[in-house]
Ligand binder design. Sequence first.
Ligand SMILES: *Cc1c(COP(=O)(O)O)cnc(C)c1O
Length: 397
Amino acid sequence: MEKNNGYFGEFGGAFVPEALKKVLAEVEENFYQYIDDPEFLRELQYYQKQYIGRENPLYYAESLTQQIGGGKIYLKREDLNHTGAHKINNAVGQVLLAKKMNKKRIIAETGAGQHGVATATVCALMGMDCIIYMGEIDTKRQELNVFRMEMLGAKVVPVTSGTATLKDAVDAALEDFVMNAENTFYLLGSAVGPHPYPTMVREFQSIIGIEARRQILEAEGRLPDYLIASVGGGSNAIGLFHPFVNDKEVKIIGVEPAGRGLDTSEHAASISKGTVGIIHGFKCYTLQDEKGEPLPVHSIAAGLDYPGVGPEHSYYKKIGRGEYVAITDDEAMNAFFQLSKTEGIIPAIESAHAIAYAAKLAKTLPKDKIIIVNLSGRGDKDVKQVKEMIEGKYRSL
Ligand SMILES: *Cc1c(COP(=O)(O)O)cnc(C)c1O
């Protein structure tokens, strides 16, 4: 694959201390070497098929389409992957790379715990030591995921510095990475962070779009009119979008979390409401205060709760290749129930944001238009939260 310098227009880069630059350069060199290595790719394909369960279906949601009455809605079923979401695609890719690099110790950050669980899973598979940094507040909010990671053999380290949430967990992981680079690989969870991570994560997630492209050509004999995906850091979205980027007739729509509304301060819509700045070592649209510090963010979907966004999405927005819209907590929850009841598919609340926008859009389209929605994950993990919301114990609706 062709090397890039880590910039997508003005976005991306690696704004990190010298010591970390050296470590990142080693990751970069190995990534570009192995991503073109037939044996590495054979191994990757083996685990994609035999472990993750790929390829997963591109399912025509006929009942949902009929209920809405408009464009045809197809769902890319990442929810059917092992561990229930797209995150495993990236975790498997990076752990195989770490193995090639002879690293025996894997570290990762996690917010809600989903990336931590995916990382602990692949570490169990490959017999790697696994250390997961997690803000102390998040460890309490996401007790079950902490327990899950521990069952898989990982060590969860609660981070008490700063706000004791995701951003502090990232700092702790980066610090560990610099200190222990010799035997350690940092397995980053989304298409964010300093170069080469956004490019690397995109490559490992692009299997989503590669499959979807082949599948829609088989089902419809043509490319879709729209691609829609939820955007937290942006990995499931870039994975679906990237293989279609040169197909100018295919419209790309990323759906950000509008939380309690874009006119409140309680959302995480980095592209819709952010400004250009640097967060976690890369340049992007970010929600920041006057000092450039990340602002507190909110989304009903823990996986979308991030004050930055991948540099490639920032670039698509800037040059007009992608459109970025936002869906509120309430709209996402309506879509969550609608998909559950019409198709018998309980989506992750993150994915429900994409479904909600697809439903809005489909209604305005003629019946021959085609939409592919990335169903990034399943909703099993959200059942308890939804139950508590309905019972009124949890202030979110
Ligand atoms: C983590 C997560 C997301 C958001 O992360 P991206 O990197 O933006 O894809 C979306 N959906 C699900 C199911 C997730 O677990």
